[in-house]
Structures are given as structure tokens and as C-alpha cells.
Design a protein around this ligand. Structure first.
Ligand SMILES: C[S@@+](CC[C@H](N)C(=O)[O-])C[C@H]1O[C@@H](n2cnc3c(N)ncnc32)[C@H](O)[C@@H]1O
Length: 261
């Protein structure tokens, strides 16, 4: 399957979740807020929110900066944003692999939990560098290998199909933020453990976010009921004394600057 077709499927999956996204987005809120301490202080800036989703953080950016653009590949996400957010924001339906923006035109790119969907990632980072002005910054968060390891391991005991997306190891992606034209000034890795009542609660949250597209899944549709029950039993290995089902998210956040040549 081509990378473009793959991205359209990701867009469809997120689009179908535009109405349920905001109530499911506990992890996204946490990560996005942590990026706020890295925001530039000057206010007369042109800012791009890359993979803006429902526009929750785009709106916060618009309350601080002069010109804000929210860009997403999902038409439905953008439709939701346009109806509910600050009318001064400019919305763009586009793919991060082909930004419809001029070279050296953006002061600051913000991207919260979007780039884990971009494979290969280097091409997206090249696009970010292209549109940033020299000295401009890219503030991002993403998820890395080990994310949802409890769910992955519980399924791995049942079959070899893909049930969780493959998150790249930090050591594979970190070098992509360094080069002749860029430097990673800050980087933090953090384990965020969210609590769930049961495995169905976790699965519903992932579906509510639209984060359930699996590029390498072989079997069509949902796994059978038997498999699900078995997987839920396997997951009990991680259950806490308080009967809580934890799920680990490994967040990698950073601040990259475009070097002046
Ligand atoms: C997990 S959501 C994060 C949304 C938002 N940044 C937030 O913090 O709530 C990821 C978003 O990235 C978008 N996305 C995924 N791949 C994309 C691509 N190649 N180009 C642009 N947007 C993309 C999805 O449509 C989705 O809205």
C-alpha cells in the first residue's frame, strides 16, 4: 500500500473521531500543556500548529501569537475546529509531507502528538525546516517504543497480527533532529501511565481518539470475542492492587531550532 493511501486512512480514522476526540484526549492535553514552557515569548510571530486535530491547542496559540495556522490532513477535524475555535485562526487541509507554505515563512511550528503517525519521519522534518525562518523553532511531542507495551504484550500471547502501532525507538528518531541546518536544544522523555477501569475502557479511548488505524494489520475488522477475552485475561498481569488497568505511554518531547546558514 502506498504511503499516501496509508495517510488517507489515518485521516479517515481521525476524522471519524472528531466529535469524541476532546473527551478522550487525556494524554494529548497532558503532553500539549508540557510543551507550553518552550513557547517563544515574542508575540508578533507566525505560528503553525502541525496536526492540529480539534484545534484545542491552536486556540491557545491564537490567544498569544499574531498569526496562527492550524493544519491537519483530516477534513472532518478541520470542520470541527472551524466551527468551534477562534475565527482569527487560518485552517489548512494538507499533508505534513507537502506543506502548502513558502520557504522561510514561519517563526514557530508546534506539533503535539502528531509525528508518531509520520513514517518516514525525516521527510516531514525536512518540510518543517523548509518552512521555518532561520532561527525559528519546532516544538513537538511524540510517542516512542514501549508505548502501550502492556496491550502489545497481552496480544502477542494470542497471535502475531498488529494490534498496536509500531512506535519508533528514541535512538532512531533523535538523530533526525540534528544536522547542518538544525539542532535539538531540549529533549525530554517521560513515562505517562494512564489508568483504566478495564481493557474495554482503554480500547474505547483509543477509538474515541481515532488513534486506531493499524497499517500492518492482516486480519480485517475486530478480533473475535474469544481472542478479546483471552487478551483481557492476559492484561490482568498488569492490574494494580486497586483493580486499575494501567497503560504506559512513552512521550518524547523536544525543541529544535533551524540554524542560520
Ligand atoms: C493525536 S491527534 C493530535 C491532535 C492535536 N495536536 C492535539 O494535541 O490534540 C493527531 C492529528 O494529526 C493529524 N495527522 C496525522 N497524520 C498527518 C499528516 N501526515 N499531515 C497532517 N496531519 C496529520 C491527524 O488527522 C490528527 O488530527
Amino acid at each position: 500500500m502506498s504511503e499516501v493511501t496509508e495517510r488517507l486512512k489515518i485521516a479517515k480514522s481521525f476524522g471519524s473521531a472528531s466529535a469524541s476526540y476532546d473527551v478522550s484526549a487525556r494524554l494529548q492535553r497532558h503532553c500539549g500543556k508540557h510543551l507550553m514552557s518552550w513557547l517563544p515569548e515574542r508575540e508578533n510571530l507566525t505560528v503553525l500548529d502541525l496536526g492540529s486535530g480539534t484545534g484545542f491547542f491552536t486556540e491557545i496559540l491564537a490567544s498569544r501569537y499574531q498569526q496562527v495556522i492550524g493544519l491537519d490532513i483530516s477534513k472532518k477535524m478541520l470542520g470541527f475546529s472551524q466551527q468551534s475555535r477562534n475565527p482569527s485562526i487560518k485552517w489548512l487541509e494538507a499533508d505534513a509531507y507537502k506543506l502548502p507554505l513558502q520557504n522561510n515563512s514561519i517563526d514557530f511550528v508546534y506539533s503535539n502528538l502528531m509525528i508518531q503517525w509520520c513514517d518516514p519521519l525525516d521527510l516531514v522534518l525536512n518540510e518543517v525546516i523548509r518552512v521555518l525562518k532561520p532561527g525559528g523553532v519546532f516544538v513537538f511531542s511524540t510517542l516512542v517504543d514501549g508505548t502501550l507495551y502492556e496491550l502489545k504484550a497481552s496480544w502477542a500471547q494470542i497471535d502475531t497480527d498488529q494490534h498496536v502501532i509500531d512506535f519508533k525507538p528514541t535512538q532512531d528518531i533523535k538523530p533526525l533532529f540534528e544536522g547542518n541546518d538544525r539542532k535539538l536544544l531540549n529533549a525530554i522523555q517521560e513515562d505517562i501511565i494512564l489508568e483504566y477501569e478495564n481493557v474495554i475502557h482503554l480500547a474505547r479511548e483509543l477509538k474515541g481518539l481515532g488513534a486506531n488505524h493499524l497499517p500492518k494489520k492482516q486480519g480485517k475488522g475486530l478480533a473475535g470475542k474469544e481472542k478479546w477475552l483471552q487478551m483481557s485475561k492476559n492484561y490482568q498481569e498488569y492490574k494494580t492492587e486497586d483493580e486499575i488497568y494501567p497503560a504506559t505511554y512513552k512521550a518524547f518531547s523536544g525543541l529544535m531550532v533551524k540554524l542560520s546558514s
